[in-house]
Write a protein that binds this ligand. Structure first.
Ligand SMILES: Cc1cc2nc3c(=O)[nH]c(=O)nc-3n(C[C@H](O)[C@H](O)[C@H](O)COP(=O)(O)O)c2cc1C
Length: 302
């Protein structure tokens, strides 16, 4: 009997869609597997490219994981008993993006995920550790079983990737800024080679044994995470929690508060984070044990 795989995803620019399609190629080549794709569609689509105000406007709801309305999935997706679900998502403000979060908080999530094995696939800039923690919780609430995670990131320096992603998100083209900066986002090479992780997932799926899947994903370099980025992610989560609650508290001054938040973010990225980085380097040797423990913790599937 054929095994059924459901791929759930949302992709604004098409980057995550390309990753997912390449990753699934090994399954597509097998006669014993059937792959369905469920593209999450918010009732009100998010415009791309982003205007400056629209980009910051999604911050409070993204971070506080407030869902928006999504279109109902194809009824077949709700009826089918899938052997495996691949859940591909991007990160908005250190949190699973609003469309993905909205699906996971909808009635459809438990109908599809209850009792199912789930592999998450992330396509983001580089800051995904805390977001994956939120994802673990959402999957557990829908009674799914998370068995693996692959993270595709922009491998360039953190500050370079900030410049290039803004150029991409606001300009709409995944090309080099001024012809000198690197291309934004996940590299073409990493996108093209996504199928190597599909092979690993396929092998686990064939034997129905996922116990060593995450270990093999890590060995192949599928969990890209840097210690300093984890530190920034943790610190920024605390600040984003305060800011998002502050913005949501009172509707009238929302726009003004978001302008303040933008100024805060610019200062945090360009002034505070370099200072924290120097402190991080100076104290690195004293904290290496704790840093390595964190890396192991965030790299785990569950
Ligand atoms: C509003 C917004 C916020 C984002 N915040 C983050 C973030 O906190 N961490 C991160 O690594 N990437 C972040 N990104 C990048 C996305 O995760 C993703 O890589 C990019 O939007 C392309 O995804 P796509 O496949 O939907 O086109 C953000 C993007 C947007 C639009």
């Amino acid at each position: 009997m054929k095994k059924n795989i459901l791929v759930i995803y949302y992709s604004q620019t098409g980057q995550l869609k390309d990753i997912v399609y390449n990753l699934l190629q090994p399954f597509e080549r097998e006669d014993d597997f059937n792959v369905d794709y469920y593209n999450i569609c918010p009732e009100k689509p998010y415009e791309f490219p982003w205007s400056n105000s629209a980009f910051f406007d999604v911050f409070p709801e993204s971070f506080q994981q407030i869902p928006t309305a999504i279109k109902a999935p194809n009824q077949d997706f709700l009826r089918q008993e899938y052997d495996l679900v691949i859940l591909a998502y991007q990160i908005w403000f250190l949190t699973p993006s609003i469309p993905i979060n909205s699906f996971l908080k909808s009635e459809y999530a438990s109908q599809i995920l209850n009792g199912r094995k789930v592999v998450t696939v992330i396509g983001c800039r580089n800051m995904w550790a805390k977001s994956q923690e939120k994802m673990r919780k959402l999957i557990a609430e829908a009674k799914g079983e998370l068995v693996g995670n692959v993270a595709f990131v922009d491998r360039h320096l953190n500050h370079i990737s900030v410049i290039t992603i803004v150029h991409w998100m606001m300009g709409g083209k995944k090309n080099r800024k001024f012809g000198v900066f690197p291309k934004p986002g996940v590299s073409d090479e990493d996108i093209d080679n996504a199928s190597q992780f599909g092979e690993l997932i396929l092998s686990s799926s064939k034997s129905n044994d996922y116990t060593t899947l995450q270990k093999s994903i890590i060995e192949k370099g599928g969990v890209n995470i840097k210690s300093f980025v984890i530190l920034m992610d943790e610190k920024a989560n605390k600040m984003f929690n305060i800011w998002s609650k502050f913005v949501l508290k009172n509707k009238q001054s929302r726009r003004l508060k978001l302008k303040f938040f933008k100024v805060y973010l610019i200062i945090a990225i360009w002034v505070l984070s370099p200072i924290v980085y120097v402190l991080f380097l100076v104290t690195y040797l004293f904290r290496i044990k704790r840093i390595n423990e964190k890396k192991v913790y965030y790299s785990k599937a569950n």
